[in-house]
Structure formats: C-alpha cells, structure tokens
Design a protein around this ligand. Structure first.
Ligand code: FE2
Length: 365
C-alpha cells in the first residue's frame, strides 16, 4: 500500500481506446480474441466526424475509433502512427477531483472535466497526457447504466457471453525513447502516487542483438500495473527501436489480458486466426527444471507454444501475439498467474529471440 493512495484513488482501467483506420473492421477482428461488440456511435447515431465501436469481454473494454474524413485527431493519428492506443482510461471515484490533483502535481491537461449525459445517466470525463501522444482519460460513472458511454447506442442482440476466458487487464506496457524511462517512472510516482514494483536490467533482458530496460510502476494493489520500456545498447536494432521507428513516437507496446485457463483461451484464439509468437522446441527441454510446478501441463503448454516462469511468490504462464496491425507496433499477451507477481523475465531471452526472428523477416534487424 502507498500513502498517496487516498489522494489519487483509482478503481481500475475503464477502457482502452484505439484510433484505427477502420473501426468497423477492427471491432470485428477482436472477436477473434473473444470480444463482443456491445455499443457503437456513428452517422446513424448523430456522430458526424467519427465512428466508434465498444467491444467487451468480462471486465475488459476496448473502443475502436476511426475518422469519417481526412481531418482531425483520428485521421492524423492513423496517418502518422498507424492503428494504435490513444487512451488508457482510468476509472476514478471523482474525475473532476482526480484531474485537479493531477494537474496540481504537474500533469498536462488534455481535457477539462466535462459531464456527458443521456437517458442512462451521466459520466464525468477529464484527461491528462502521458508518454508520446497517449492520454489517460479520468472517468467517473457512479450511477451510469448505459451500455458504455453517453452517445453510444447498444448493439442489438449483443451480449457478452464470457468470450474466450479473458477476465481483466493484467498490465499495459509503454515503449519510450532511450533515456526517458526514469522520467516516466517519476511521472507516475509524482502524479498518481504509484511505486516501483521491480525493474529488469539490460543484462537480464538482452540477447545478442536486442536489449531493453524495463521498470514497472503500480498502484500498490495490482489493479494498475504499467511496465515502461526503453531501448538499451545492443549489437543491432532493438525491438523497442523498431517500434519507435514505425509508431513515430512513444506509445503502448502491449496489453496483457488475464485468463484462468490459458490453454483453452489460446487454443480458441488460435482457431479463430490469432497468430502467436513461437519459441523453439528446445525451450521446453529446460523449462521443467526452471518451473517444476508445470510438469503435469507440459504437453499442453508445448503444443500451444505457451511459456512459463516463476518467482518467489509462485508461477505464471504467458504467450505473446504477433503485432495486430500492419505496422510492427502493438501486440497482446495472454497471461495466467498462479501467485507470481513478475512479468516473465525468465522468458525474455527465448522470447526476444523469437521476436528477432520475425524482426529479421521484416528486414528490420
Ligand atoms: Fe507483458
């Protein structure tokens, strides 16, 4: 627990919004991850400039927003960055107060508190800037009963049937420029009262070519965990540099989604067409020694290319998708935790070798 918690309470991630080239098709693609489109806004609902679809799976909500013309922030985002995360929206008890506290502590406001209202009630929304062009909306919705947000209409016959087993967001990772990681760690400590969970050095996370530094800030309870990566010296271009080259600015690198049955979740996603990184078969030769807890599941894990790691608190299972848009930028992680509080540092080497094989195939190594 941290002492600042009372002055910047956060209830969880309200939603993550992506700016995309085609919101209708993006919403459809995420069905492959188990999401159901539940609400939307567009020309027919009176939205003249943009189209948005909200998709949901248990506690996880993503919003895909695209422009209806060549001007404005969505069109500009797609031109410069391609599809990517615009907003990691945080649910707070009082958005106006959270915004005031954040700005008092030095955050840059991107949206003053505003009340949005429709027949289902009201939502208060404000916003502050974080790394790159990413923002944190601050959302309070104590009594709102609509499908998502005022102005969105429910999609008929849509119901979240539990999807493919994704329950909540485990962590959201940002890539920042060389030398900027500590600045952003300090930002979350100063503005939100977060503390550093742990950090990984470039020795721990390095392969022959790619290296990165990573620190994790969190709210002290585990509802919000935000690892922040920066590139480190390597023989060749690191995966973080490849991201920055294509995204053109710091931004969200990956979103980890938690399941209680990673084998079933991943088998279903793969059957639906999601592509995951593959580690070589030799990875499974020593994983039984490293993570003895998984002995009875080894066949199913190996069959699905799922990785395992442990720390003093327990073990975890994880797998990473390939990038989900044309540019090699945002990807997803599926994670099943059994006590472990880490992020799979023991897998970084095998994993980065797999990433680098793909990077080489793209001509970017
Ligand atoms: Fe992760």
């Amino acid at each position: 627990m941290n002492t600042e918690e009372d002055s910047f309470p956060i209830l969880g991630i309200d939603y993550i919004q992506f700016f995309v080239g085609n919101a209708k098709q993006a919403a459809h693609y995420y069905k492959c991850f188990g999401f159901t489109p539940i609400a939307w806004m567009g020309l027919e609902t009176g939205s003249r400039d943009s189209v948005s679809y909200c998709v949901q799976q248990n506690e996880v909500r993503f919003v895909f927003t695209g422009a209806l013309g060549p001007d404005g922030p969505m069109a500009e985002h797609v031109r410069l960055h391609g599809d990517g995360v615009h907003d990691v929206a945080l649910r707070v008890p009082d958005a106006e107060e959270a915004h005031r506290v954040a700005v008092d502590r030095g955050a840059t406001s991107v949206a003053e508190p505003e009340v949005f209202e429709d027949e289902y009630g009201k939502v208060v929304k404000a916003g502050i800037a974080t790394y790159g062009e990413t923002i944190h909306s601050l959302i309070s919705r104590p009594d709102y009963s609509g499908p998502f947000f005022p102005g969105f209409e429910p999609i008929e016959d849509a119901h979240d049937d539990g999807g493919l087993g994704i329950k909540h967001i485990d962590h959201v990772v940002g890539n920042v420029e060389l030398g900027k990681m500590n600045e952003w760690v300090a930002f979350y400590e100063r503005i939100m009262g977060f503390t550093e969970l742990r950090h990984f050095s470039d020795e721990e996370i390095s392969t022959e070519y790619s290296a990165l530094m990573s620190k994790v800030v969190w709210d002290g309870e585990g509802k919000i965990k935000l690892p922040i990566n920066e590139p480190a010296e390597g023989k060749n271009k690191s995966q973080i540099e490849e991201y920055l080259e294509y995204y053109k600015t710091p931004g969200v690198q990956h979103i980890a989604m938690a399941t209680e049955d990673i084998v079933a979740t991943v088998e279903s996603m793969r059957a639906a067409g999601i592509q995951f990184l593959r580690v070589p078969g030799t990875y499974y030769e020593d994983v039984k020694q490293r993570v003895p807890e998984i002995a009875d599941k080894l066949d199913a894990l190996q069959r699905n290319g799922i990785l395992a790691d442990n720390d003093e608190d327990g073990y975890l299972l994880q797998i990473f998708s390939k990038p989900v848009q044309d540019r090699p930028t945002v990807f997803f992680e599926v994670i099943e935790r059994h006590g472990a509080k880490g992020f799979g540092a023991g897998n970084f080497k095998a994993l980065f070798q797999a990433i680098e094989r793909d990077q080489a195939a793209r001509g970017n190594l």
